[in-house]
Structures are given as C-alpha cells and as structure tokens.
Design a protein around this ligand. Structure first.
Ligand SMILES: Cc1ncc(C[n+]2csc(CCOP(=O)(O)OP(=O)(O)O)c2C)c(N)n1
Ligand SMILES: O=C1C[C@@H](O)[C@H](O)[C@@H](O)C1=O
Ligand SMILES: [Mg+2]
Length: 637
C-alpha cells in the first residue's frame, strides 16, 4: 500500500480539498474555505497544516466563533447547500461558542463542518488550560455539549480514526434528507501526531446529490388526493427552494388554480408578484395566505417542517375536514400531521404529478386574485403610516399611551414607523439584492410585507430565529453573492447581541450593508408580554431612572471604519440607501423607529404560548381562558 506520512490536521486539510459534489450533472468542490480563530488548541496543529497546504481554500479569520459559524451557515444556505465553509476553533470556550451556531445549522438543516479542538488524548497535561472537569467522568469535555446540536458528531483520539470519521461526516452533509452540522472534535495533541495514511484516502471523491424520485404508489395516492379535493393549498417550504422547484410550482399552481403560501424558508422560491403567490402563512403571515389556508380541504406541504410559529400548523387548519399531503426528502418530516407522505425530491415529484392531474381545476377560481388584491391594499396602507403626537393609533394597539409614544419620539428624535421604513427599503434597493434577517419583530414584517421579485433573494433564518445571525450571516451572504448588494435587516437587540463579523467584512473588503432598526428595546417580546396581559417588564431599554437609551450606532460603525448614515425620515432613508450603493466598503444605516409600529397578527393565526394558569393580573387570566378555548380545536400532536 502506498502511504503518505501526515499529521492528523494535515490529513484533514488535504482530504477536505478533494471533496466534490455533483448535482444535476454539475460538479464542483464542496468546501470553499475555512474560518478560523486560533487558540492554543488549534494554532499549532490546524495552523501549521493550513499554512503549509491551503490549496484553493479561502482562509478567513473570524472575530467570534459563533459569528463566523453563522457566516458559514448563511453561505451554505444561500448556496442552496451546494457548498460549505469549515470552521476551526480552539478548545474550551472557543468550542463552546459554537453551540448556538450548531443549533442554528441543525434547526435549519444546513451543512457546515465544525472542527473544534479537544482536550489531550494522552491526558498527560490534564487539566489542560480551559478543560472542564466532571467528578463522574474524565471523558467528558466541552465538546460533548455539541452532540445534541450536531447531525453528526465524533471525537478523534487517534490519527487513523480520521479516515472513517470524515467519510461519514461528508456523507451526512451531502445527503439532503440528513443535511446539517457535522462536528469532528480533534484532541489537540492528535492534531499534530503523524500517521502513514493510505494515499487512496486523498483521491478525489464525488458525492452525488441525486434527486430522489417518487414511486408510483406515492404518485397515485397524491393524484387521488388532489383530484378529490376542492380547495388545495400548497405550502412552499425551504425544501422547495433547495430543490429549485420554482418553474414547476408556478406550473402546477397556474394550471390547476392552486394557491401558493410560503414559509420563511420557502419565501423567494417563487417571486412575490406571481399571481397565485399569497405570501407568508402562519402567525407572521398575510391575511390572504391565512384565509386560503382556513378554506383549504387539502394542504400540500412541500419541503416544510410545519413549525407551529411559521405556519400555525396546529391551529389554522380545519382538522375535521382538511387532509394533508407532504412531499419531503426527509421521511420524518413527511410523516407530520398524519399526512399522506411522499418521500422524494420536490421538483421531481411535481414534474411527475403535473401531467397526472390533467383535467383538474380547484374551486378557488377568481378568489385567489381577490384574496391577493385585498392583501395588497392592506400592504399599501402599512407603507404609508405616519406618526402624530395627538391621536396616533399604532399597529400594536393598547400597549403604550400617546404619552409614552411621544416620549420615544422625543428620546430617539424620530417619528419614523417601522412598516413605512421597511417598505421604503423594499422600493429602493435593487430587486436582485439579497436581504437577511433572523429574529425580533422584523421577520414577521418581512414575511408579510417583503416583495422578493428575484428567486433566492430573501434569506431568513427562522428555524432557530437566532439573534446575532443577522450581521454575521450577511458576511456569508456576501461570500456567496459577491456581485450583489447584500443587506442585513436587524433590530437593535440583535445587533447588540452579536455583530463582530461586521469588522471581518471590513477587514476583507466584503461589502455588506447593515440596516439597523433601533426601537430601543426587545420590541417583539415586549409586544408578547403585553398582548398576554402583563405589564411592560424589562423589554424596553431604559435606565434605572426610566430614561430611554439612545445609542449612537452610526458612531459605533464609523469607529470600525464603515460608512455610516443616520436616517429618521423616509427621504433620509432613501438618500442613504442610494448613497450606500455607491460605497465600496461596508455601510450601516441607523434608523430610529417608533415602538409598536411593526405589523400585528392577522385573523386566524395564533401561537400556543406558556400562559400562566393562575395570576393576579386580569389580562393574564383572560389570555389563559382564550388559550384553553383555542386548544379545544387544535391538533393535539
Ligand atoms: C440568541 C437569542 N436570544 C434570545 C432570543 C429571544 N428573542 C427573540 S426576539 C428578541 C428581541 C429582539 O429585539 P430586537 O432585535 O431589538 O428586535 P425588535 O423586536 O425590537 O424589532 C429576543 C430577546 C432569540 N431569538 N435569540
Ligand atoms: O421569541 C421569539 C418571538 C418572535 O417574534 C421572534 O421573531 C423570535 O426571534 C423569537 O425568538
Ligand atoms: Mg428593538
């Protein structure tokens, strides 16, 4: 056997450069690059291996392990899971910082390769710097915390273990049904230990991402269900986007009058202007989509996990009469809601189904257009909200008095409502630019209001809805879309939680644009607590003497070296957006927006929250009674 003597880290770096994927006949390398933050756990092993043999890998120094992993997730998500970045971190806190990102990748089914360093295999220096110690087991390290957050997890304590481990990791990451984070932890002494590796291990390896085809039984069952339904509705989930099913979704919808409604992950699989696209479903959905869903006697879930928030899946449908048909590459997902399951690729399934439905028409007829038009009137209204200091009735009603709203207007020196600002942005930025968001009130506003007219230009991380994904993710977006403008849509809370990769974007000249909506608080959570009968409690950003915090975020951005703008009117905002397009370095536009001016929920969408069963507050008691009533008609599982 021909062998090559390499350290474990050298072998790993050599191997990942030889991994290719083949999709629809196109082949390319799977690993684009590697983010790093070096510490004592990885600087010698991984650092040396990368310095000696970076090959074509793009090497990027991150500023926070979670942040750089979020950038990697966004890159992979935007590349429709066809390419990834790997991440090398030190041990202990460096790897612990990956936990949030691993969860984000897992919840969203996004492949990334996490390579945290681990404690010593020899245990000689134990406890090494940053090693935690448990009384009941010496084998547990910080990296065990990543096990439940990884789709694949392994610990390398011998150089030769690397071979079988990496083959498994890449098999998992390149399988659409299992895709998610692969975590390979490497004992830091083993990173540098050498072994005579079989040269075959380093030969080019192609992972075929084939489209799984539906079988005849599945197709017949689906045809029967659709043909016997009067009002079927298609839920376009993330799987439809990854499968690039745009054309077939439009075709089935147009030919058979079947409305499309979108999840956060599915939005922009089909452009918003498509006549039968009714927009977002669920608690953050549109009036049109939720009305169609309530009328439906068949829900066709395509590549959706049916999360209850993004689809109101357990409450919005009529469970006495509505049937479900799920098309999903994951058997686990396809089983949900007692559906008739088709375990197959979305695009291939629709291609096969379309001719089988010949002669069918739903009973929606013109009502799809009517629902859409009714919603567009509402959207237009939301674009024109203006504040006044006497009798302003915000979208989120009966929470703050006029006095408190005026206090915000004075403290933040603004009269800008959130929906007005957001729709001005939608109007001003180029349609092929890409926006990203993850948490707070903005995802709801976006799912309802944003018109994405170019496929794959709406990037929402709403599987984990992780604050801090937004700015970090935009760096990954720019790596995936180097020729487009990319925009972070972010609240002040999320910005404060994590924005360290903004600096990385400046460092490597990867221009991103941060659009910061500052309402001085955790606005959506404040809405939740007050909606359910509580007071305003620790969700506003107020000082001990009750003053509203006013942070100069533009100055913060300038301090980093970015071009910054302050825009508190629509005119200022539009001018800033136009000027930002001309810049070649990262920009930040700070908008002070009034609280309670985000969108509210529409009829039919409801969210099961942990409302206290007993409370002295009348509002809480009423909320609990309402919940009990709602749960009577909700699906129990
Ligand atoms: C990492 C993380 N921690 C906590 C939460 C819970 N959470 C969701 S939204 C939110 C507040 C968001 O505030 P901000 O970004 O200012 O947005 P706003 O709601 O004010 O528009 C919190 C604390 C979360 N989603 N992610
Ligand atoms: O708790 C939450 C409520 C949602 O409104 C928000 O978007 C999400 O980030 C969250 O965590
Ligand atoms: Mg806020």
């Amino acid at each position: 056997m021909e062998t090559i003597r390499l350290t474990t880290a050298q072998a790993l770096i050599k191997f990942i450069q030889q991994q290719y994927v083949s999709i629809d006949g196109e082949e390319h390398p799977f690993v684009e690059g590697i983010f790093n933050i070096f510490g004592h756990g990885n600087v010698l092993g991984f650092g040396e291996a990368l310095e000696q043999n970076p090959g074509n890998l793009k090497i990027i120094q991150g500023k926070n392990e979670q942040g750089m992993a979020h950038a990697a997730i966004a890159y992979s998500k935007q590349m429709l899971r066809k390419k990834i970045y790997a991440i090398t971190t030190s041990s202990g806190p460096g790897s612990a910082n990956l936990a949030t990102a691993a969860g984000t990748a897992l919840a969203n089914n996004i492949p990334i390769l996490l390579l945290p360093a681990d404690t010593y295999a020899t245990r000689q220096p134990d406890p090494v710097l940053q090693q935690v110690e448990q009384e009941h087991s010496i084998a547990i390290t910080t990296n065990d915390a990543l096990q439940p957050l990884s789709r694949y997890w392994d610990r390398i304590t011998r150089p030769e273990q690397l071979m079988s481990s990496l083959i498994r990791a890449f098999e998992v990451m390149t399988d659409p049904a299992k895709s998610g984070p692969a975590t390979v932890c490497i004992s830091q002494d083993i990173e540098g230990e050498a072994f005579d590796y079989d040269v075959k291990f380093f030969e080019k390896r192609v992972h075929y991402i084939d489209r799984r085809l539906p079988n005849q039984r599945e197709l017949d069952g689906a045809t029967d269900l659709i043909k016997t339904s009067k009002k079927p509705v298609i839920v376009v989930g993330g799987g439809a986007k990854y499968s690039e099913a745009r054309e077939v979704l439009i075709e089935i919808s147009e030919r058979y009058d079947i409305p499309l409604v979108e999840t956060q992950a599915g939005k922009s699989a089909v452009e918003s202007s498509f006549k039968n696209n009714l927009g977002g479903l669920g608690i953050t959905g549109t009036l049109a989509a939720n009305k169609a869903a309530q009328q439906a006697d068949l829900i066709i879930g395509i590549g959706t996990r049916f999360t209850d928030f993004a689809t109101s899946s357990k409450t919005i449908f009529n469970f006495e009469t509505t049937k479900f048909l799920n098309i999903n590459v994951s058997r686990m997902q396809a089983y949900k809601l007692d559906a008739f399951p088709i375990v197959a690729d979305a695009k291939s399934t629709l291609e096969a189904l379309i001719p089988m439905l010949e002669g069918y028409k739903s009973e929606f007829g013109n009502s799809i257009t009517e629902l859409k038009e009714e919603w567009l009137v509402e959207r237009d209204r939301l674009s024109k909200i203006t504040f006044n200091r006497e009798n302003f009735n915000p979208e989120i009603k009966n929470h703050f008095s006029q006095e408190v709203l005026n206090e915000y207007a004075d403290a933040l020196n603004t009269e800008l409502p959130q929906t007005t600002a957001l729709l001005a942005i939608n109007e001003t930025i180029d349609p092929d630019s890409v926006i990203i968001c993850a948490a707070g009130s903005l995802p709801g506003d976006l799912q309802r209001l944003w018109h994405a007219e170019v496929p794959n230009t709406y990037h929402l991380e709403y599987g984990y809805s992780c604050m801090g994904y937004e700015v970090s993710g935009t760096l990954g977006l720019k790596l995936a879309e180097p020729d487009k403008e990319v925009y972070t849509i972010v609240g002040d809370g999320s910005f404060l939680m994590l924005h360290s990769e903004f600096i990385t974007s400046l460092q490597y000249n990867k221009k991103i644009n941060v659009l910061l909506f500052d309402n001085s608080g955790y606005g959506c959570i404040n809405n939740l607590q007050m909606d359910f009968g509580n007071g305003s409690y620790f969700c506003e950003f107020r000082t001990d003497d009750n003053q509203i915090l006013n942070i100069d975020y533009a100055k913060v951005a300038e301090g980093y070296g970015a071009k910054a703008y302050r825009a508190n009117t629509v005119e200022e905002l539009k001018a800033a957006l136009e000027d930002a397009k001309k810049q070649d370095r990262s920009t930040l536009i700070e908008m002070k927006v009034l609280p309670k001016t985000m969108t509210d929920g529409y009829d039919g969408s409801w969210w099961n929250l942990g409302v206290p069963e007993v409370s002295n507050q009348e509002g809480v008691q009423k909320s609990y009674e309402f919940k009990k009533q709602k749960l009577q008609n909700a699906k129990q599982y």
